[in-house]
Design a protein around this ligand. Structure first.
Ligand code: 9D3
Length: 245
């Protein structure tokens, strides 16, 4: 069975470009994943099709109503017998990283189902979180207009890890954040000279040992300069590897 991803949103049309292009599209065509969009507004019950209301106690913005979202979740979950891992995209959530992406991409058969809830509001009625007990996930400390783009970020990161999702060329190069946690080295292609800028001689030398050494140095240099957090984690891992020997 392919991984099933349900997406609950007020703006299903936002997803068509991302899910209908490139790797997310190819993964669905290859039956590695299926996407199922549910418009939360279809579960509104009043004459105005309301999905949100003013917060009790006052304050700015609107809050997504619990009954509508519960009905939408229950409707989506009935469409398949597998239990879904529920994920609420929220600025209050745990920060998305490659470790979490790998965990979500690696669900065992029979549990290979995700249900993503993307809101477009200041917040969700707390009883949604209390009652549905979703995992809450953020994509970083900046303010977006809703959870839709974060949901697409999560889907894209997950589906490219599904076995067979990447073409042969992409696959081999997919190490940058995986194996050793260092940033990539600089890359060059034609032409050899562009607007007065050349290509490092070593890359044109044909000396594969020297090229590998240069690239390893560049990766270290870049990671130390740009991402001291990743560099420290890399050093720690090397140390732990030593201790285990
Ligand atoms: C003034 C308080 N705001 C929180 C910083 C309210 C608020 C703003 C924007 C609440 C929700 C949103 C919409 N954002 C998301 O739903 C969201 C999000 C984000 O804004 N940044 C990073 N990750 C995520 S995941 C969902």
């Amino acid at each position: 069975m392919p991984l099933r991803i349900d997406i609950l949103t007020l703006f299903p049309e936002m997803f068509s470009a991302v899910l209908g292009t490139s790797i997310p599209k190819r993964a669905a065509e290859k039956n590695l994943v299926s996407y199922h969009l549910t418009n939360i507004r279809d579960f509104a019950t009043d004459a105005h099709q309301s999905v949100d209301d003013k917060p009790f106690g006052g304050g700015p913005g609107m809050v997504m109503m619990a009954p509508v979202l519960f009905d939408a979740v229950e409707h989506a979950e009935k469409q398949d017998t597998r239990p879904a891992e529920r994920i609420l995209l929220s600025p209050q959530g745990e920060r998305l990283d490659q470790r979490l992406v790998e965990e979500l991409a690696g669900k065992e058969p029979g549990k290979d189902r995700l249900l993503l809830i993307a809101g477009h509001y200041e917040g969700f009625d707390e009883r949604i979180i209390e009652g549905l007990r979703p995992r809450e996930v953020s994509v970083g400390d900046y303010v977006l207009s809703g959870g839709e783009l974060p949901a697409m970020v999560l889907i894209d990161a997950i589906v490219r890890l599904l076995p067979g999702a990447l073409g042969a060329e992409d696959g081999a190069a997919d190490e940058s954040f995986g194996s050793d946690g260092l940033l990539e080295h600089p890359q060059y292609t034609r032409p050899r000279e562009f607007r007065g800028m050349g290509v490092p001689d070593v890359l044109l030398s044909g000396n594969h040992g020297a090229i590998a050494k240069w690239r390893a140095e560049q990766r270290q240099l870049r990671t130390r300069q740009r991402r001291p957090d990743l560099w420290q984690a890399h050093l720690k891992r090397r140390e732990d590897d030593e201790d285990r020997k």
